[in-house]
Design a protein around this ligand. Structure first.
Ligand code: ADP
Ligand code: MG
Length: 405
């Protein structure tokens, strides 16, 4: 976490814009009880390990410098009043009677959900009025929702009260999104936003909720390409994949005692039980089992600077998500095809749940602009959609940022 880190000069404009939003709220409530404070939380990109988190498997995300910021003034009321600069909207909720039934189906739900889950976990929370802004694209698979939850968790926390470690805080925010917002996500997004480390990706073991920071090679850049695709993996397709995995576990466990999740299944075990599984279930399981192996191989390739291996692993992950898990799309496939044809692009694959959203690319330093140019020149012609290219840096996880006096 970056508790106590000083706001960078480039954040000055952002803080000023949020302060103007906060000032515009004056008259919305009673006196605040403390000076304004600033918290931030990053979005994330997953390098590899897709659809493995809910199978108790391995993921390798990095927190990135696309971030959520909340400027807020604590007060003594059990209430939050918040302006979203991006939505140009002010919303509020009360701590009294807070429950998933009080959901308003708006963005404030993510803040209320975090308050609810923190309280359920026995953590004290404080009310505030605040203004928030974000550079995490919404709904592109870089996890704006998790960043919003983690930033909220810092604003809601009572100063001086014991704070759970990032993994535990991530589990609380995941519960907020699962149970209050009603999105059945795994823990990866919140974990990466909470525990990120500059210069590193996080190897997260979703079975035990523990992580190890993996240094990113200093000669590679991380580039995210947004397909701008309106289709996204919807809740029902996502839930179907989850239940296909669960069915696979159930059928394999009938013969293999001790199998509780696909994490317990290796390729040999899958092969000897394949005839028990419906064909589509077997393919889903094959993806998950092999993807866990690719995550470990990617960690080794990053450590060894083995660029060829990185390229092969990303390509294999993408092909598996396309052919076995069937969550890619024509747009994601086109984006990867364009990227891998650019000299200096080391590795490229779809990232996130799929059907739309972004690709993640490892690129030799200096080749970022060539990738950007190729995407801008070719992608729209091929798909009719407008792409966006983000050259991103890995950053620390959520925390409070010191404001200049
Ligand atoms: P993502 O992949 O970006 O996490 P989600 O659908 O999970 O996509 O979450 C997006 C939701 O998060 C938005 O619909 C909105 O409710 C909330 N959100 C994200 N960014 C903002 C923002 N800048 N201001 C207000 N709400 C936001
Ligand atoms: Mg989300």
């Amino acid at each position: 976490m970056s508790d106590g880190q000083t706001a960078s000069p480039s954040s000055g404009t952002r803080v000023a814009a949020l302060r103007a939003r906060l000032d515009a709220q004056s008259g919305t409530g009673p006196q605040t009880s403390g000076p304004a404070r600033l918290v931030r939380a990053p979005g994330r990109v997953n390098l590899i390990g897709e659809h493995t988190d809910y199978n108790e498997g391995l993921v390798l995300p990095a927190a990135i410098d696309r971030e959520f910021w909340i400027l807020f003034e604590p007060w003594d009321r059990p209430e939050v009043v918040m302006t979203s600069a991006d939505m140009d909207e002010t919303r509020s909720f009360s701590f009294e009677g807070l429950s998933p039934e009080t959901r308003s189906k708006s963005w404030i739900d993510y803040v209320a959900a975090t308050a609810w889950a923190m309280r359920e976990a026995g953590l004290p929370i404080q009310g505030f009025r605040g203004a928030m802004g974000s550079t995490v694209p919404i709904g592109s698979g870089l996890s704006s929702s998790a960043a919003l939850e983690m930033a909220s968790s810092w604003a809601l926390a009572v100063p001086g009260a014991p704070r759970p470690d990032p993994a535990a805080m991530a589990a609380i925010a995941q519960r907020a999104e699962n149970r209050y917002v009603g999105v059945n996500c795994g823990i990866m997004d919140q974990f990466a936003s909470a525990a990120g480390q500059a210069g590193h990706a996080l190897l997260i073991d979703c079975r035990i909720n523990k992580f190890k920071a993996t240094p990113m090679p200093s000669d590679l850049s991380l580039v995210v390409c947004d397909t701008g695709s309106p289709h996204r993996l919807d809740a029902s397709a996502y839930n179907t994949r989850r239940s296909e995995c669960e069915l696979g576990v159930e059928l394999i466990a009938e013969r293999e005692p001790g199998v509780k999740a696909l994490r317990d299944v290796d390729e040999a075990m899958l092969a000897r039980n394949r005839d028990r599984l419906p064909e589509v279930v077997a393919r889903r399981c094959e993806h998950v089992v092999q993807e866990d192996g690719r995550v470990m191989a990617t960690v080794a390739a990053l450590r060894d600077g083995d660029l060829d291996a990185l390229g092969r692993l990303f390509a294999a992950s993408h092909a598996s998500l396309r052919d076995l898990y069937e969550v890619s799309s024509a747009e994601l496939d086109a984006m990867v095809e364009i990227a891998v044809s650019v000299p200096g692009v080391v590795a490229s694959r779809m990232t996130g749940a799929g059907f739309g959203g972004c690709t993640v690319n490892l690129v030799k330093l200096g080749a970022e602009v060539a990738l950007q140019d190729a995407v801008m020149a070719q992608y729209e012609k091929r798909t009719g959609l407008t792409p966006r290219v983000f050259i991103v840096a890995t950053v620390d996880g959520a925390g409070e940022v010191e404001l200049d006096a």
